[in-house]
Design a protein around this ligand. Structure first.
Ligand code: SF4
Ligand code: SF4
Length: 80
């Protein structure tokens, strides 16, 4: 089990995460079907908002494909 970590500064806006999420979870080549949403903070250059939407299965595919490490696994702290 893991929690989602995201670092918007590292995101290049390539949107590979959206595509792999939609392919893996919905069997559709349609980034709009993804549980991760990348949107540009225009007019600021290079700024992206990253949102994880309800329904995310924590499959980890977006983490595996992200070329910049902008999404990553955060360990869940065990209850003491
Ligand atoms: S989170 Fe990673 S895979 Fe997704 S758009 Fe940003 S750089 Fe690309
Ligand atoms: S971990 Fe969530 S957002 Fe990432 S590919 Fe899987 S379902 Fe999509």
């Amino acid at each position: 089990m893991f929690k989602f970590g995201k670092d918007e500064v590292k995101c290049s806006g390539c949107r590979a995460c959206e595509l792999i999420c939609a392919l893996h979870n919905k069997k559709e080549c349609n980034p709009k079907e993804a549980f991760i949403k990348i949107s540009g903070n225009f007019p600021e250059p290079g700024g992206y908002d990253m949102k994880i939407l309800r329904g995310c299965t924590l499959c980890g595919e977006c983490i595996r494909i992200c070329p910049t490490g902008a999404v990553f696994e955060k360990p869940v702290k065990e209850a003491q």
